[in-house]
Design a protein around this ligand. Structure first.
Ligand code: AMP
Ligand code: GLY
Length: 425
């Protein structure tokens, strides 16, 4: 089976490397890919949002399957366009991708079907949002832009002044563009966060092994929110008892709700959960694999990835036995100096071998390019240094060893990835 993977980050590199393990996998292309992905797949210069370009390439080449990894093309209907052209595609259609693309949609879905989540109200008028916040008078309070905002559209306000500022930033200054035409104002929840990615085929949902993201830029969960600075799997807070509650109150009800709404979800459904004192609640849904959660979850998948993908597309997940490795996994992100703010690009990376790898770890390239045999930085998150081992402590040790050896000017990484998980173990 020849596969075209859409996207250019560390997640896509992990998808490509996992596909390569499948004895059923033939040629792999990646559009647009990056410097490191080029060692594992043929990169083609088509942007991830170029729906027409992707459909054309898939028609003109012997592509058997297109794996659409990022949220933007899913939200824009890339899978619908591929299917309309008779091309097999992995990922939700546009009418199901809305579960991530609109927070108003996902919150209303949870309310309608009794799925536990933070109490909330939605507004399209900033004055009404502020009036509600004043009346509610509980802080902190969370203000979220309705639409996609590169993971930055969530503002946590400690007091009324900050909440007013948040509403202004999103709805009037339009910091996230049209994504801020509507806002969700919701209750602040507390408790450990857990990511559970799941495979879905429209009617069956199969959770993958759990993981823990580290979203803030600096040690001790300080600094700005980022796309994710590191991950570990499994997440020790996600016990078997918690998993059972999540299955019954969140995973199954969500997949059934989407089916009942005439929006069957097929692909990877991402559950961002908070284990609150009142039980597990949904923080957010994503319509795709997480980045960098994928980098610690997919390496643990034992079953042939292509078999699972086929089952998601063909609606046969209920007949498949999906197996996982017992090993723990850790991923440490090496980021550009300044990220998630502005940063330099084009800096030479040292410590990688000629294939962009390093001994003892799997290096997933996120923001790199290859020029004259030299890997250069080309994004905010540059590399994901990933290791698996019998214990999380050993996996972290291996990943951090690589983080010491691989470097570039201004490189930074968190030193405490997995520290909380180790303490909770
Ligand atoms: P999101 O983009 O919705 O995942 O939000 C980003 C981060 O903001 C989450 O990972 C949480 O840490 C935090 N967050 C979002 N919503 C809430 C909430 N209602 N209560 C507390 N923290 C939240
Ligand atoms: N790591 C969080 C996300 O992929 O949205």
């Amino acid at each position: 089976m020849n596969v075209l993977v859409i996207g250019s980050g560390g997640r896509e590199h992990a998808v490509v490397k996992k596909l390569k393990e499948s004895p059923r996998c033939g040629k792999i292309w990646c559009a647009p890919g990056n410097g490191g992905i080029a060692a594992d797949a043929e990169c083609v210069a088509i942007g991830a949002m170029d729906i027409e370009g992707v459909v054309r390439f898939a028609k003109e080449n012997p592509v058997d399957l297109v794996f659409v990894a990022p949220d933007d093309p899913l939200g824009a209907g890339m899978v619908d366009a591929l299917e309309a052209a008779g091309i097999r595609a992995f990922g939700p259609r546009k009418n199901a991708a809305i579960i991530e693309a609109s927070k108003v949609f996902s919150k209303d879905l949870m309310k309608k079907y009794g799925i536990p989540t933070a109490a909330y109200e939605t507004f399209d008028d900033p004055a009404k949002a502020v009036a509600y916040i004043e009346e509610n008078n509980k802080f902190p309070i969370v203000v979220k832009a309705d639409g996609l905002a590169l993971g930055k559209g969530v503002l946590i306000a400690e007091d009324l002044a900050a909440a007013k500022e948040a509403v202004k930033t999103i709805m009037e200054d339009k910091a996230f563009g049209a994504s801020g035409n509507r806002v969700v104002v919701e209750e602040f929840m507390t408790g450990p966060e857990v990511t559970v990615l799941s495979f879905a085929d429209g009617k069956t949902v199969v959770p993958m092994v759990s993981s823990m993201d580290h979203k803030r830029a600096l040690d001790g969960d300080k600094g700005l929110n980022t796309g994710g600075m590191g991950t570990v799997s499994p997440n020790p807070h996600y016990t078997e008892a918690v998993a059972k509650v999540c299955m019954e109150t969140i995973f199954l009800p969500t997949i059934r709700a989407m089916q009942a709404e005439g929006r069957p979800f097929a692909g990877c459904l991402y559950f961002g959960l908070m284990l609150t004192p009142d039980g597990p609640k949904v923080v957010e849904y994503n319509c795709r694999f997480g980045d960098p959660e994928t980098q610690v979850v997919l390496p643990r998948l034992e079953t042939d990835f292509l078999d699972v993908i086929d089952a998601c597309i063909d609606g046969t997940l209920d007949t498949l036995d999906i197996r996982w490795k017992k090993d723990a996994a850790a991923c440490v992100i090496l980021a550009s100096g300044g990220y998630p703010g502005s940063y330099k690009k084009g800096l030479p990376i040292s410590g990688l071998d000629e294939n962009g790898g390093a001994a003892g770890v799997t290096v997933y390239h996120a923001g790199t390019k290859l020029e004259n045999g030299q890997y250069l930085t080309n994004g905010g998150r540059v590399l994901g240094l990933t290791a698996t081992a019998e214990t999380l402590a050993e996996a972290l040790e291996k990943a951090y060893k690589a983080a010491e050896n691989i470097t570039f000017e201004g490189a930074h990484y968190r030193r405490d990835i997995g520290a909380r998980a180790l303490a909770a173990n």
